[in-house]
Structure formats: C-alpha cells, structure tokens
Design a protein around this ligand. Structure first.
Ligand code: ZN
Length: 241
C-alpha cells in the first residue's frame, strides 16, 4: 500500500522535526542543570497550560496595512504552541480553537460581546485548580512603523516574572536577533490578566504595524519558531546556582 503524503505535509513535518531538534538543543545546552517548569512551582506537578489565542470572531484585534488580522495569526501560533506542548507531555487547554468570540448568550453589542468573552476566558482559567495562562497576541504601534519583534508581558502572580524572562530569552535568541527585548509587567488595565488567579504571560509575537513582521508572522516556519521559543522557555528554566 502506498502512503501518499502531500507536499505541504512533508514540508511541515520537516519543519516540526527541525523544531524538535532545535528545542532539544535549547533544552540541553548551557549548564546542563535544566529543570522543568515544576521547579518554579515548588516541585508540584506541572500545571495545566491554558493556551489563549487572543480575540476572535467579530473582535479581530489589531489589523495590518495589508488587511492581515491579529486574531487569525494568534490562533495559528497558539495551535502550534498547543501541539508542541502536548507533544512534550504537558496538559493543555485552549480558550478557542476556531475563529470565534466566546461570549455568552445575551451579549448583543460588540462591547458586551468583548466583555462577556473576556469574562469567560477568566472563568475558564480560574475554574482550573492549577493553571498557567499563556496568551498569544500581536502588537501594533502605527506611530512607530520600524518597531518590530516579540515581547513578553507578565502579571504579578509567581512565577510569571521568571517564566516571562525565560520565554523572552528564548525569543531573543531565535527571532529577535539583534533586537533583544525585555519582559514587562502587564498594566492593571488589562482585564484578562488582572482577573485571573493564575500566573499569566502575554506573548506579543510581533508588530502588525511593521511590514516585515507582518510578512514573517504569516509564514508557517516563523510561527513554528515562535511556538518553539515559547514552549522551550516554558519547559526549561536554568537553575541559578
Ligand atoms: Zn491583541
């Protein structure tokens, strides 16, 4: 029996293999004393990772000059991250797996739908006994079209700051070369991360106000690089002596 594999699948399989090989290198390089995320949480079993593709449905989020919408990129990158984390043995939940807004019945205006959607995402995270939220977004700064690259933001619940630092380091090593960024505390005006009772990071993968970022963010290989950096950052924390 002949098994036919479509070219695109072959291409993606090769990418996935390269990604796994790359992650293995990242996990094993350095001091050799690599621990898992559980070390940050005091040796407890690994928490459930809530992978949250920001926006969706009527709420597209930021829009690039060429019409590329944030919510679609968030979903594609989040799905790659979710697949990688599961492949690596983590338990995950996604807040959405389609291009939808997850508002409850009764929400009518766009504002009501957005509020309801965010409340439902918070409820999902807070309904889990032991969770960590990884929210995927795209940035936009139309007043500064040259600004580009990926940046991580964190809420005030431990070990979010350390997690953000590790993920940022991986992103700086892979896609932010020559453009290293520093993780930042999320402003309290952000409803989702303010109201969750779990440590949370937001990964702003790139700038839709930057033409090059916008083009890269649509490439499967680049999306996978982002997912690998986030997954490797999540899974590996070099122990400080
Ligand atoms: Zn967003």
């Amino acid at each position: 029996m002949v098994v036919l594999i479509r070219k695109t699948h072959l291409g993606l399989s090769a990418l996935l293999l390269a990604a796994v090989a790359g992650m293995a290198l990242i996990l094993w390089q350095g001091s050799g004393s690599i621990t898992t995320f559980s070390s940050l949480t005091g040796g407890e079993p690994s928490p459930i990772v809530v992978v949250d593709p920001g926006h969706g449905g009527e709420d597209g989020g930021a829009v690039a000059a060429d019409g590329t919408v944030e919510s679609g990129l968030n979903l594609q990158i989040a799905q790659r991250l979710n697949d990688l984390l599961r492949f690596l043995g983590q338990v995950t939940v996604m807040t959405r797996t389609e291009d939808v807004s997850i508002y409850s019945d009764g929400a009518e205006t766009l504002h009501q739908k957005k509020v309801s959607d965010l409340k439902n995402r918070v409820a999902l995270v807070n309904g889990l006994e032991d969770a960590v939220l990884v929210s995927i977004h795209q940035n936009s700064l139309p007043g500064s079209p040259k600004t580009h690259g990926a940046q991580v933001f964190y809420n005030g619940l431990e070990p979010a700051p350390a997690l953000a630092a590790t993920v940022q380091e991986r992103l700086n090593q892979s896609i932010n070369t020559g453009n290293g960024k520093t993780p930042k505390r999320i402003s309290d005006s952000i409803y989702l991360t303010k109201n969750v009772t779990a440590p949370a990071i937001i990964v702003e993968c790139g700038f839709l106000s930057n033409g090059e970022d916008t083009a890269h963010l649509q490439e499967p290989g680049y999306q996978l690089q982002l997912a690998v950096a986030v997954a490797a950052g999540y899974l590996s924390t070099e122990e400080t002596p």
